[in-house]
Design a protein around this ligand. Structure first.
Ligand code: UDP
Ligand code: MG
Length: 318
C-alpha cells in the first residue's frame, strides 16, 4: 500500500488543531487503499499546540510530529516536514483550515494519473482585506516580470508532491527559502485544481506587512539577479543625461558667460544621485547578505523531539 504523508506546519494553533484533526480524519477515512501519516511540525509554539498534538498521538498512531527547537518560520518548517515525511507522496496543508481537506481525494486522483505536483489555486480569497489581495497581486506581477521561472499566481503551499519532488526539494538547502518559487523551479509535471480559500477557522494570522515585504524581497532576490542590473542601467542613464547637460553648460558658458547661480539644480542633482546610490548599495547589500548567510552553511533547523524521543544532533544532512 502506498503511504501519503500530510505535513501540517503549526505555530500557536491550539484553537484549531482539534477541528483540523476531525476534518482531516473524516476526509482520509473515506479514501481507501492508502496509508496516511499526519506529520505535524511544531514550529516552536508558545501555547498548548505541542501538548494537543501529543494527546492526539496517544489515540491515533497515524500522527507523528517533529518538534523544532524554536520558531524557524513556515518555510523551514516545511523543509523539516520533507526531511521526516515517510510517504510516497506528501500533502502540505495549513493548520488553520484555510486549505480545505476536501480537495485531497482530487489531488490523489491526479497523482495516480501521473502528475507530480498537484497544486490548489485560489479562485477567491475570502476573509482577506482588499489591501492584502492587492499587494499579493502586485507582487506576483512584479516577480513574474523579472524572474524567468513561471510563478504560480494565487497559489499557496497547499499541494500534493510526489516523492521525486520531495527528494528534489531536499537538495535545495538554502537557508533563506522561498519555497513557492522552488516548487516552480524544480519543474516536473504540474496540475492545478481550483478552490475557494476559506477565512481562518480560529486564531490569528501570523503574517503582517513587514513579514510579507520580507518574503517578497526574499522571493525576488533568491530567484533573480535582475535588481543588480537595475543599478547598472540607472548608472548608464544618469551618466548619459549628465554628459548631455555638461556639453550644454560648457557651450552656454562660452557663449553667454556664467553668473554664479544654479544652487537649486545642484542640490536636486545631488539629492537624486544620493538616493540612487543608496538604493544600489542596498541592492548589493541584499545579495551580499545572502552570500554571507549561505556561506556559513548552517543546518536549516534543529529538532528537539521526534515522536516522543529527544533528538540528538545528527551530522548527516538532514
Ligand atoms: N506557521 C508556521 N510557522 C510560523 C508561522 C506560521 O509553521 O512562523 C504555520 C501556521 O501555523 C499555519 C501556516 O503556517 O499552519 C500558515 O500560517 P498563517 O495562517 O499565519 O498564514 P496565512 O494563511 O495568513 O498566509
Ligand atoms: Mg492562514
Amino acid at each position: 500500500m502506498k503511504t501519503i504523508s500530510i505535513i501540517i506546519p503549526a505555530y500557536n494553533e491550539e484553537d484549531v488543531l482539534e477541528q483540523l484533526y476531525e476534518k482531516l480524519t473524516f476526509v482520509i477515512e473515506a479514501i481507501p487503499n492508502y496509508d496516511f501519516e499526519l506529520l505535524f511540525i511544531n514550529d516552536g509554539s508558545k501555547d498548548r499546540t505541542l501538548e494537543i498534538i501529543k494527546e492526539m498521538r496517544e489515540t491515533d498512531h497515524r500522527i507523528s510530529y517533529v518538534d523544532l527547537s524554536r520558531n524557524f518560520g513556515k518555510e523551514i518548517g516545511m523543509m523539516a516536514g520533507f526531511d521526516y515525511a515517510k510517504g510516497d507522496a506528501v500533502i502540505i496543508i495549513d493548520a488553520d483550515l484555510q486549505d480545505p481537506p476536501e480537495l485531497i481525494p482530487e489531488m490523489i486522483k491526479y497523482w495516480e494519473q501521473g502528475y507530480d505536483d498537484v497544486f490548489a489555486k485560489r479562485r477567491s480569497r475570502a476573509g482577506e482585506t482588499w489591501m492584502k489581495k492587492w499587494t499579493a497581486k502586485t507582487f506576483y506581477r512584479v516577480l513574474q516580470k523579472i524572474t524567468k521561472i513561471p510563478v504560480q499566481e494565487n497559489t499557496g503551499d497547499f499541494r500534493l508532491l510526489d516523492r521525486r519532488c520531495i527528494d528534489a526539494l531536499r537538495t535545495l538547502r538554502e537557508t533563506q527559502r522561498y519555497t513557492k518559487g522552488m516548487f516552480s523551479w524544480i519543474g516536473y509535471h504540474k496540475k492545478e485544481i481550483l478552490f475557494d480559500r476559506n477565512p481562518r477557522a480560529a486564531g490569528e494570522t501570523k503574517w503582517n506587512y513587514k513579514k510579507l515585504m520580507d518574503l517578497a524581497i526574499e522571493g525576488i532576490t533568491s530567484f533573480t539577479t535582475a535588481p543588480l542590473r537595475l543599478s547598472t542601467y540607472f548608472g548608464f542613464t544618469i551618466s548619459l543625461c549628465a554628459f548631455i547637460y555638461m556639453i550644454f553648460i560648457i557651450v552656454k558658458t562660452l557663449v553667454v558667460g556664467e553668473m554664479v547661480q544654479g544652487y537649486p539644480s545642484l542640490m536636486t542633482v545631488m539629492l537624486f544621485l544620493g538616493g540612487i546610490q543608496l538604493i544600489s548599495l542596498g541592492i548589493i547589500g541584499e545579495y551580499l547578505g545572502k552570500i554571507f548567510t549561505e556561506t556559513k552553511r548552517r543546518p536549516l533547523y534543529f529538532v528537539d523531539e521526534y515522536n516522543n524521543e529527544k533528538v540528538m544532533f545528527e551530522k548527516k544532512e538532514r
